[in-house]
Design a protein around this ligand. Structure first.
Ligand code: GDP
Ligand code: GDP
Length: 440
């Protein structure tokens, strides 16, 4: 499971600047996709091979009173902190220590979470002298960083990840992948019908569920078999298991949703036809895309809307979820058990696409055919030259293209190549990443 790192601190200390720096590379990939709204507070970070989820908790007002507009925010911050594995507590090296820093420190100390104290805006400061006052917080050493200039950011995240217990073991666990089993999660806002759907599934006679001995971290994991295909329903967020029946739990957790997505091969994104595509739906969809997981979209409660509303909804999906065009779209009613069977075919298809093996000779031939059909335009000095391609990963499939002057390949050309590769390998329901490696 990816560890969760929470950025905590009073407003203006530079949390979002650090957040942007830590998530920067991935953002660049998805930034210009039409219709993609991203929740700016959750992102993926990577340090070498170690991946983590980074949460920007926004402003932190530890003693927001009753009725305060900060109360809801503070509630969310507390939830994020509680669910994180390690906290980066950010203070402002220029402004110095404030009363609010003390309050936050007290709060964090009571929690007993691993915590790294970070003094931001420390660029150009002679180490030590000005930072001594932060020792008063009783959180040990303070790391000077500059989010704006990127100084110290790497060692900051390294220090944080080193404090996550059991990380090394988790990483090993992931290596022994259970091939042949499709790990599936159902993601969606509260009340879209996740538990109704899962209960409908598990009530099916053709589906055989096995009981699993105690799982950790109240994660739900149900292995089952359907038509000879093994599945594992992984820690589907927002649900609690009661015997064979699932029930929605009150407090929806974004972090648990993100972790469930990360732990799955295929995500079934469930929408509520009666509510349309909400911002929260788009956020979850954006995160699925960013995670690279395969995805199937199902609009639930199709029974509850009339034909006019259906038309409206179809259009809204086309606009707001345009970036998931590669995914199969189903209209279902979990409650009436309508349209459920075809989901399985799409899930299997998405999984097979995500795991497709793409041999180097085939990729290279397809690449050459594509270039012969339409060469990339000249970008600046030299025309990009593509030599060969190989597969760089699965789930999501990654195609690495080697050649010269490939740093200038226009985005439209990348999409053109993507379309051709998708067609040739029949990739449906999985994102496809194309990376360029320039040798000169
Ligand atoms: P947040 O409210 O904690 O998320 O803080 P922001 O990231 O929005 O930053 C608040 C202000 O501090 C902005 O004006 C940033 O440009 C500035 N800032 C952020 N990081 C640095 C830094 O490393 N050095 C300096 N000098 N300013 C910074
Ligand atoms: P969850 O929070 O995502 O697990 O959602 P639930 O499964 O608890 O469902 C929320 C509400 O939506 C319940 O009142 C369900 O009865 C209702 N619901 C679920 N699926 C359908 C459906 O297909 N059609 C209609 N009309 N209502 C549904």
């Amino acid at each position: 499971m990816k560890p969760v790192v929470a950025l905590v601190g009073r407003p203006n200390v530079g949390k979002s600047t650090l957040f942007n720096r830590l998530t920067g590379t991935r953002d660049a990939i998805v930034a210009d996709l039409a219709g993609l709204t991203r929740d700016r507070h959750y992102g993926n970070g990577r340090l070498g091979k170690r991946e983590y989820i980074i949460v920007d908790t926004g402003g932190f007002e530890p003693d927001a009173g009753e009725g305060s507009i900060y109360r809801e925010m503070a509630q969310q911050t507390r939830q994020a902190v509680a669910e994180s594995d390690v906290v980066l507590f950010v203070v402002d090296a220029r402004a110095g220590l404030s009363a609010q820093d003390h309050d936050i420190a007290n709060y964090l100390r009571r929690l007993g979470k691993p915590c790294v104290l970070v003094a931001n805006k420390a660029e150009g400061m002679t180490q030590g002298a000005q930072l001594v006052e932060f020792f008063e917080l009783g959180l040990g050493e303070v790391l000077p960083v500059s989010g704006a200039h990127g100084q110290g950011v790497r060692s900051m995240i390294e220090t944080a990840l080193d404090q996550v217990p059991g990380l090394a073991e988790d990483e090993e666990g992931e290596a022994e992948d259970n091939t042949g089993t499709i790990r599936l999660t159902v993601a969606g806002r509260p009340n879209v019908g996740k538990s109704t759907l899962i209960n409908a599934w598990l009530g099916e006679e053709r589906l055989v569920a096995f009981d699993m001995p105690g799982t950790t971290r109240d994660a739900i994991s149900v292995p089952f078999e359907r038509n000879g295909q093994r599945f594992e329903l992984v820690d589907t967020a927002g649900l609690r298991r009661k015997g064979r029946v699932f029930e929605a739990i009150e407090k929806f957790s974004v972090i648990k949703t993100l972790q469930a997505i990360e732990n799955a091969n295929v995500v079934l994104l469930l929408l509520d036809a009666t509510q349309g595509v909400t911002d929260q739906d788009a956020h979850i969809a954006g995160y699925i895309l960013e995670s690279g997981r395969a995805v199937v979209v199902a609009i639930n409660k199709w029974d509850a809307i009339d034909s006019y509303q259906r038309e409206q909804l179809e259009r809204q999906i086309e606009n707001r979820l345009a970036f998931l065009k590669f995914a199969a779209l189903h209209r279902i009613s979990a409650k009436k058990r309508q349209g459920l069977a075809p989901l399985w075919a799409s899930i299997a298809q998405a999984h097979a696409s995500a795991m497709r093996k793409m041999p180097t000779p085939v990729l290279t031939r397809l690449l050459q055919e594509a270039v012969a059909f339409q060469a990339p335009s000249r970008g600046g000095q030299a025309r990009p030259k593509m030599r060969y391609a190989h597969q760089g990963g699965m789930n999501p499939p990654v195609i690495v293209i080697h050649g010269n002057s490939l740093d200038r390949v226009p985005d439209a050309y990348r999409r053109f190549l993507e379309g051709r590769f998708r067609k040739a390998f029949d990739l449906v329901g999985t994102p496809l990443r194309i990376e360029f490696r320039t040798s000169s």
